[in-house]
Structures are given as C-alpha cells and as structure tokens.
Design a protein around this ligand. Structure first.
Ligand SMILES: NC(=O)c1ccc[n+]([C@@H]2O[C@H](COP(=O)([O-])OP(=O)(O)OC[C@H]3O[C@@H](n4cnc5c(N)ncnc54)[C@H](OP(=O)(O)O)[C@@H]3O)[C@@H](O)[C@H]2O)c1
Length: 252
C-alpha cells in the first residue's frame, strides 16, 4: 500500500491544534509539503518547527475562516508558496455551545453553519483551480454528530450532515478532473474541543458509555486515515465517508 506523499503539496486548515495538527505532522512524516492554516500564529509556528524536524516543508498562513477576504488571501499565499496544490484538508471547525432547538439563538445556528459549512465551501472554491491542474484529493472533516440525531447540538449535527452531502456532490462534479473528495467522520476524540466532556468523571463516563471501545480516540487515529485518503492507497475512492469512532455509530 503506497501511503507515500513525497512531492505532494497540502493545505490543512485548523492545523494549530488537535486533529488538524496531527494530520499536518502525519503528512510531513510521509514527505508532503504542508501549508498550515488557523488563527493562532504562535501555535502554527510550533507545528511548523515539528514538521520541519520530520523532514517536511512547512508554510504558515493565518486567517479566521469566518473572514472570507482574509481566508482568500491566506489560501492564495499558501498555494503560491507551495508552488501548486495536490491535497486540501478542510478540518477547521467545531462547536461552542449546547442548546435545545427551542432555546437556540439563530445567531448561534448561523455562526456554526459559517464555521463548519460555509467556510469549507469558500475554501474549496478558492482551491479548486489549483487542484484541477493535476488532480488531487479533498478531505472534509465531518463528525458522527452528522450521521444521526444530535440532541442539543442540532446546529453542529446539521452542519456536519450537510458537509457529507457536499462531499458527495463535489465528488461527482470533480471526478472527471482527477479530484477525489472524501470525508473523515470522527467519533469522540481527545482534543481541546472535547475538554468540557472530561471536566467531571460523570460527564466522561456518560460519554464513553456509548463507545464500544470504551476510550477516547487519539488525534493520530484520525491522521492516519487522512494519510490514506490523500495517498494513492485510496486512488479509486471518492464521495465516501470514513467513520473512525471506536464503534459508536453502530451501537444499537
Ligand atoms: N474532537 C472530536 O471529538 C471531534 C469529533 C468529530 C469531529 N471533529 C471535527 O474535527 C475538526 C477538528 O476538531 P478538533 O477536535 O481538532 O478541535 P480543536 O482541538 O478545537 O481544534 C480546532 C482547530 O480549528 C481551528 N479553528 C477553529 N475555528 C477557526 C476559525 N474561525 N478560523 C480558523 N481556524 C479555526 C483552530 O485553530 P485556531 O484556534 O488557532 O484558529 C484549531 O486548529 C473539527 O472540524 C471538528 O468539528 C472533532
């Protein structure tokens, strides 16, 4: 199986921490040149140092993905610095609140959609011309929250479900260009995003009770499948969702 990414050029969004950071490091380990994008320049620089220690070339670009002008400039600078683009990982995202729909403010719904869906559509549009030159891979990071009902997180679940539909439509539109589009669907992963679920034993027990493997996933356990989806090992795979959740989604 060829997981080698030597000579491939990648943009990874949300690469300052968590899953995106792990993906950037895994790509560097496989020989890719990687542009890391997020808001926190200091953390991105630390990731870049780690990537370079692994032998990879790192480009740091900062932007808030909610700011379309800043994102456009950052993506354009990244593609220029890399000299082209072969892989786009749309990972930046998250959820900052829980609320039943009855009490949810529409501003919260809209911000969640802009972060987890609109920004990805925009970044993808910015990257497609460069990807179209030689084909490539787009990987969208969805969530198990988008596979079924997500009570008190309807906003986040709906955005991640829409991202899966977007993945399929884009795969159909770009297959002829040699671009493959797939999604990663993580379950509960130990990152800053899920810190609040480790704030008490009760919250943690309640979360892990639904996970057949009875533990948190590690960011590296999402990064390895991200290498697979970017590499020739998945060369006949497009429009698919790869679920990595310790068995959570098949629980009755
Ligand atoms: N952890 C889980 O259990 C889990 C499960 C399913 C899906 N996911 C998904 O996996 C992805 C990564 O999550 P994670 O767990 O690694 O979260 P995390 O540790 O909170 O990291 C989020 C990353 O996204 C960046 N980011 C957030 N908002 C941004 C913005 N407005 N502009 C630019 N960058 C932004 C952050 O960087 P800055 O703060 O530096 O901007 C950070 O690098 C997300 O799409 C999340 O929805 C996570």
């Amino acid at each position: 199986m060829s997981l080698d990414l030597t000579g491939r050029r990648a943009v990874v969004t949300g690469a300052s921490r968590g899953i995106g950071r792990a993906i950037a490091l895994a790509y560097a380990r496989e020989g890719a040149d990687v542009a890391v994008l997020a808001r926190n320049a200091e953390l991105l620089s630390e990731v870049a140092v780690e990537m370079e220690a692994l032998g990879g070339r790192a480009v740091v670009v900062t932007a808030d993905v909610l700011d379309t002008d800043a994102t456009r400039s950052a993506v354009s600078a990244a593609v220029d610095a890399l000299g082209g683009l072969d892989i786009l990982v749309n990972n930046a995202g998250g959820n900052s609140f829980s609320s039943p729909v009855s009490h949810m403010r529409m501003s919260g719904w809209e911000k969640t959609m802009r972060l987890n869906l609109d920004s990805i559509v925009h970044i993808t549009q910015e990257c497609l011309p460069a990807l179209g030159e030689g084909g490539g891979a787009i990987i969208n990071v969805s969530s198990v929250a988008g596979l079924r009902g997500a009570p008190t997180m309807a906003h986040y679940g709906a955005a991640k479900a829409a991202l899966l539909s977007f993945t399929q439509s884009l795969a159909l539109e770009t297959a002829w260009m040699g671009i493959r589009v797939n999604a990663l669907v993580p379950g509960w992963i130990d990152t800053d995003l899920t810190d609040f679920l480790r704030s008490s034993d009760e919250a943690e027990r309640g979360t892990l009770a639904r996970v057949p493997m009875q533990r948190w996933g590690r960011a590296e356990e999402i990064a390895e499948p991200a290498v697979f989806l970017a590499s020739d090992a998945s060369s006949f795979m497009t429009g698919q969702a790869l679920i990595i959740d310790g068995g959570l989604s098949v629980m009755p």
